[in-house]
Structures are given as structure tokens and as C-alpha cells.
Write a protein that binds this ligand. Structure first.
Ligand code: RB5
Length: 147
């Protein structure tokens, strides 16, 4: 189950992504917004909480740059979120960092590019091995610094 949310800057792109998810029969839950002007932390937070609660296992956040929402998502223990601007970074985000929340910069992507990035992120596999050890190091930092 993919949790998806956006701010006003990402709303139009979010609608296109939802159309794609529906076409492909991929399960999602939309946490808003509905196009009104909002503060992105509230919406990134909804997806972060849904993942922590086990309601969703991954997320997609769409804002202007992808930065603000990814910063919020990364405040949640166990969430690894990265803004991806192309297919290569999306592939590596999954393969090396097992990114479980994809942030998309709507201001810098065409709809087709954004969908291609999302497809690559969904289809790529975490490589494990030494990358797992690095994720464990991230978990150690969380343990030390998060409640
Ligand atoms: C919205 O004004 C803009 O700040 C937001 O979409 C995003 O780019 C933040 O990271």
C-alpha cells in the first residue's frame, strides 16, 4: 500500500500519479491535499505516520522541490526518503538506500518523467550486502537520536 500526499505545488502531478497507479491496479491511499494552499509538513507527516502505523509500506510525496516533504518524512524512525530527479537517482535510491518514500519535485519534472521515475523506483530492488550494513548504521543513528 502506497501512501501518497502533496502540497499545492504537487497537486496536479499527484493526480497524474494517482491515475497511473489506478491504471496499473497499484493500491494507494491519498492523504491530501486537494489543491488548496497548504503547509507541506502536515501532509508529509500523514504519510510518515501511516507507514509507522503499518497502514502503508511505502510513500510518495509531491511538492515543488521534493526537499521540504522529504525532510519531514526523514524525521520518522525507519523512513528513508529521497527526492529523485531522474531515473538513475531513483534506481540508486532503492538499490543502495532502500528508500521507502519517494519525493518528487513537481516544479522540475514533466508528468511523463515523474511517472517514469516512480516506475523505476517501484521496480528496482534493494541490493542488500554492504548496503544493509549501512542501513543498520542509519538505524543506529536513529536509535541514538530519536525517541
Ligand atoms: C511550496 O511553497 C514549496 O515550498 C514546497 O512545494 C516545496 O518545494 C518545499 O520543499
Amino acid at each position: 500500500m502506497i501512501g501518497i500526499a502533496c502540497d499545492h505545488g504537487g497537486y496536479e502531478l499527484k493526480l497524474e500519479i494517482i491515475k497511473y497507479l489506478e491504471k496499473k491496479g497499484l493500491e494507494y491511499k491519498d492523504f491530501g491535499c486537494n489543491g488548496e494552499s497548504v503547509d507541506y509538513p502536515h501532509y508529509a507527516r500523514k504519510v510518515g505516520q501511516a507507514i509507522l502505523d503499518g497502514e502503508c509500506d511505502k510513500g510518495i510525496l509531491v511538492c515543488g522541490t521534493g526537499f521540504g516533504m522529504s525532510i519531514v518524512a526523514n524525521k520518522f524512525k525507519g523512513i528513508r526518503c529521497a527526492p529523485c530527479y531522474d531515473e538513475e537517482t531513483a534506481k540508486q535510491a532503492k538499490e543502495h538506500s532502500n528508500v521507502n518514500v519517494l519525493a518528487l519535485p513537481a516544479a522540475y519534472l514533466s508528468t511523463s518523467k515523474a511517472i517514469q521515475i516512480m516506475r523505476v523506483w517501484v521496480a528496482s530492488e534493494f541490493l542488500g550486502g554492504r548496503y544493509s550494513e549501512r542501513l543498520q548504521m542509519i538505524a543506529d543513528v536513529e536509535k541514538e537520536n530519536m525517541k
